[in-house]
Design a protein around this ligand. Structure first.
Ligand SMILES: [Zn+2]
Length: 446
């Protein structure tokens, strides 16, 4: 296969990874990075990257494509979602299986692998543990052999049957530690949530997050199971997360752009219901605390929890908050939002930016060293980034299947000019050029 050996030289750019910033050329051969350094010509294609930053492909560690929710489905599927992601510089995403008490973990994974075939970029899954009981421990080992060693739990949502009781969570964590995997937990203490209040702050207070992270932190410490706290939204939640780590709990933590850039004042707007998301948006002090933690590298990843619904889907719950689908579109904007508000405003360094969008999530979810790394032998997932570009977010110019953007009208600094997925260009100068269906499942790397 001639394509296997095509050599592409990305010349004269500034390579930025979590570890270093260096002037270097990057030689791609087939699907892999062949060399990084000073490289004389001799390639089939040479791309001039002077003035651009060259990052390892970004990873969105938390997306929900085609997620069945409240009688509807999140509006991006495995064709539109990955395409939109690629437009923003994402070259790999982590989604979830759709858990069900009567479906085994391997079966749920097989179904989701089939759904994901149209994806243009690489992906992996976490096994969602809904209705799982400790008698089903062997399913954890079976799904691990299929390449999935990350598992998703909810401490909330008992009303829809998604909550895992603490005893079951503890048993699962024992098995997950044995397979060398990771537990990802949505932390909100169910008894402190009022489901009738929907996804709004009064119904889902920060204290619910604080209590749940404390409990999960204790279980992680006791079982020694690496545990990833999803979407930390509050200063209180952050503080118990940091406390648990000090006590020896093997915790990793994530926050999302909406907790960094938006706050609960949007709920007062006439279109406030469009911002329904769980956990809800908090106060400006909470965002400040999360930025502080990012600047100290105390978190592991910034991911979107991308779960888009259209204006008409959100309309269903306008008068009844308990029926309001919860989730925001974001996958396409993740790198630009974090770069613009983080790097360009001096809150995080370019290397920290690379860490939260590549090495951090790659290591947390078994993608390392294939993903999240810009060095010889790694997958040729690359983003050529113009740090000086200035642009304004217009919902109708984005590629996500959503007809509004929570960030509409925001002026941003920096955007991708070219995006490569395993040696193939998928986006160049804002145009999708990649082959559909190019994406592959990435099994857990030992
Ligand atoms: Zn989620």
């Amino acid at each position: 296969m001639a394509k296997e050996y095509k050599r592409i030289l990305i010349a004269g750019g500034t390579v930025v990874t979590a570890r270093r910033t260096v002037q270097a050329d990057v030689l791609v051969r087939g699907e892999r990075i062949a060399r990084v350094g000073r490289i004389p010509g001799g390639a089939d294609e040479v791309v001039d990257a002077r003035g651009l930053l060259v990052f390892p492909g970004f990873i969105d560690a938390h997306v929900h494509f085609s997620l069945p929710v409240a009688g509807t489905r999140s509006s991006d599927d495995f064709r539109t979602g990955p395409r939109a992601a690629a437009h923003g510089g994402i070259t790999c995403f982590l989604d979830f299986t759709v858990g069900h008490p009567e479906v085994s973990l391997p079966e749920a994974l097989e179904r989701r692998l089939e759904e994901a075939v149209p994806s243009c970029i690489d992906y992996s899954f976490r096994a969602e543990m809904i209705g799982w009981t400790p008698e089903r421990a062997e399913e954890i080992f079976r799904v691990a052999e299929m390449g999935v060693r990350a598992f998703k739990f909810y401490t909330a949502y008992s009303d829809s049957g998604r909550r895992t009781p603490l005893g079951h969570l503890r048993a699962a964590m024992e098995a997950i530690r044995e397979v060398g995997g990771v537990a990802m937990v949505h932390c909100e203490a169910d008894e402190l949530v009022d489901p009738a209040g929907g996804p709004f702050p009064a119904a889902r207070p920060a204290i619910a997050e604080e209590v749940a992270i404390a409990e999960v932190g204790i279980l992680a410490r006791e079982t020694d199971c690496p545990t990833y706290v999803a979407h930390i939204s509050s200063r209180a939640g952050l503080s118990v997360y940091l406390g648990a780590r000090k006590m020896g709990a093997p915790l990793m933590g994530e926050t999302c752009p909406h907790y960094l850039l938006l706050d609960d004042r949007v709920y007062m707007r006439p279109d406030g219901h469009l911002f329904s998301v769980t956990p809800p948006l908090r106060q400006p002090e909470d965002a400040e605390a999360l930025w502080w933690a990012l600047g100290k590298r105390l978190l592991t990843a910034v991911s979107t929890d991308h779960c888009p619904f259209t204006v008409s889907q959100k309309e269903i719950g306008r008068d009844d908050p308990s029926r309001l689908p919860s989730g925001l579109p974001g996958v396409e904007l993740l790198p630009a939002l974090l770069f613009s508000e983080g790097v360009a405003k001096g809150r995080i360094s370019p290397r920290q930016f690379a860490y939260y969008l590549s090495e951090g999530p790659a290591r947390a979810f078994g993608l390392w060293p294939r993903k999240g790394r810009l060095a010889r032998g790694a997958d040729a997932d690359l983003v050529l980034w113009d740090p000086h570009a200035r642009w304004t977010v217009e919902a109708n110019e984005l590629h996500m299947n959503a007809d509004f953007s929570p960030y509409g009208g925001m002026e941003l600094r920096g955007r991708p000019v070219a995006v490569m997925s395993r040696g193939e260009w998928v986006v160049r100068d804002g145009e999708f050029v990649g082959p559909e269906g190019h994406g592959r499942f990435v099994p857990w790397q030992r």
